[in-house]
Design a protein. Structure first.
Length: 411
């Protein structure tokens, strides 16, 4: 590809994600926000909205059917260039108190909150306070030499540190923010090299926890406070935060997680800390045992707030546009047309990039997805086990892009 063609694709990608047009300014000769490559564009109109995405359309009918079958409790939202096209809430946020899920309900994000940590690091890099090529030892003391001097911030953010972090103590019930922070720092400091830096790492706690420690060391603030002010606050995410367990129990706008037990019954995990999941991939876990989510992970958000975050990534609110491109740029090839970026997978679907992150825990499902070429954002938030999150995301992507099942690989 010649350089002019590459610049043209980058321009389309930037403008399609929000870019200059999101502020009402269009570069001369360039398509406006949300443009498909090779097509003139205009302000969002009904003609831009695929029938499958509309109220009563195929995606809406699909989610309603899941809810009627008892397979979905939560909220779905589709937004096009800042305009909500579809917003639905199903099931109960708190069955005991009779509180229903709705657009303003905040849900636990689990791993869907991990990109906040990558954004925080890139903000500090943008300010010149750190470099992505810095080693761990440039900012943190006490790590073994083969980690301190060889593993870089880039390795950690891209999931290629080569480090293995031991299993967490999933039975422990935490009682304070300080206890959570101290435990998680000691936990990631027990990470050991199992491969050379640059080797893809599978679910290493170090790849999330160590960057969070670096954010704290460089900013002089706790990870939670830094992200609250510099990401959630800047985006106007007023219904989102790193809520604590007491808030989870008492705040009517936070969804409770309903966890399935071995006998098939469901319990409110936050009210039953003695119960744990029987499923092998999350054996013994109960998300309510953490007093607050670990630094670098989790948090709570409403669906509209996640749509605000998605748009803010592309309009310069949280990162200058070149640094936003660094966040989402493909780093590591995965299966098919899927790649690893910083803190999230990215993929090519039906000729366009798709960015986002999902997460899950017992009674918790979350996903936010950005379709930068066309200005779409999709959000799925759930609070019960048995929710087919991957299938829902695939149906969302089909509705927005027109892709056939399996197009573009996994991610």
């Amino acid at each position: 590809m010649d350089s002019d063609s590459a610049r043209g694709i980058d321009r389309r990608r930037l403008l399609g994600w929000g870019g200059l047009a999101a502020a009402g300014v269009v570069a001369a000769g360039a398509p406006s926000a949300g443009a498909r490559p090779g097509r003139a564009d205009q302000a969002s109109t009904d003609s831009d909205i695929p029938p499958a995405t509309r109220p009563g359309g195929a995606y809406d009918q699909y989610v309603a059917r899941l809810a009627a079958e008892g397979k979905f409790s939560g909220v779905v939202l589709l937004s096009h260039r800042g305009r909500t096209v579809l917003s639905r809430g199903y099931g109960m946020a708190d069955r005991e108190k009779g509180i229903r899920n709705h657009e303003g309900t905040a849900f636990s994000l689990s791993s869907a909150g991990k990109p906040f940590g990558a954004v925080a690091v890139l903000q500090l890099a943008q300010q010149g306070k750190l470099s992505l090529s810095d080693t761990v030892g440039a900012h943190l003391k006490g790590f073994a030499e083969d980690i301190a001097e060889r593993v870089t911030i880039h390795h950690l953010l891209s999931g290629t540190s080569g480090l293995h972090t031991p299993d967490e103590d999933v039975q422990r019930v935490f009682r304070s923010r300080e206890e959570v922070r101290e435990y998680n720092e000691q936990w990631v400091r027990r990470s050991v090299p199992v491969a050379a830096p640059g080797t893809p790492t599978v679910h290493s706690g170090a790849d999330v926890g160590i960057p969070a420690l670096i954010v704290e060391a460089v900013s002089g603030r706790t990870y939670w406070d830094y992200v609250q002010e510099n990401i959630l606050g800047r985006c106007g995410m007023t219904g989102s935060a790193f809520f604590t367990r007491p808030q989870w129990l008492t705040d009517a706008h936070i969804a409770h997680p309903y966890m399935t037990l071995a006998d098939g019954s469901q319990v409110d995990a936050i009210r039953n800390l003695d119960q744990g999941s029987p499923y092998p991939d999350v054996l013994g876990k109960n998300p309510g045992r953490g007093f607050i989510d670990a630094p670098g992970d989790g948090g709570f958000a409403t669906a509209p707030d996640l749509a605000r975050f998605a748009r803010a990534l592309g309009d310069g609110t949280v990162l200058d546009r070149p640094w936003a491109e660094v966040l989402t740029g493909a780093k590591i090839p995965h299966r098919g047309s899927s790649f690893g970026a910083y803190g999230m997978p990215v993929r090519i679907v039906n000729g366009q990039w798709v960015y986002g992150r999902g997460g899950g825990n017992p009674g918790v499902s979350a996903s936010w997805t950005i379709y930068p070429y066309t200005g779409w954002v999709g959000v799925v938030l759930g609070n019960c086990d048995g929710l087919p999150l991957q299938e829902i995301i695939e149906r969302e992507t089909q509705a927005i892009t027109g892709a056939v099942p399996g197009d573009g690989g996994g991610g």
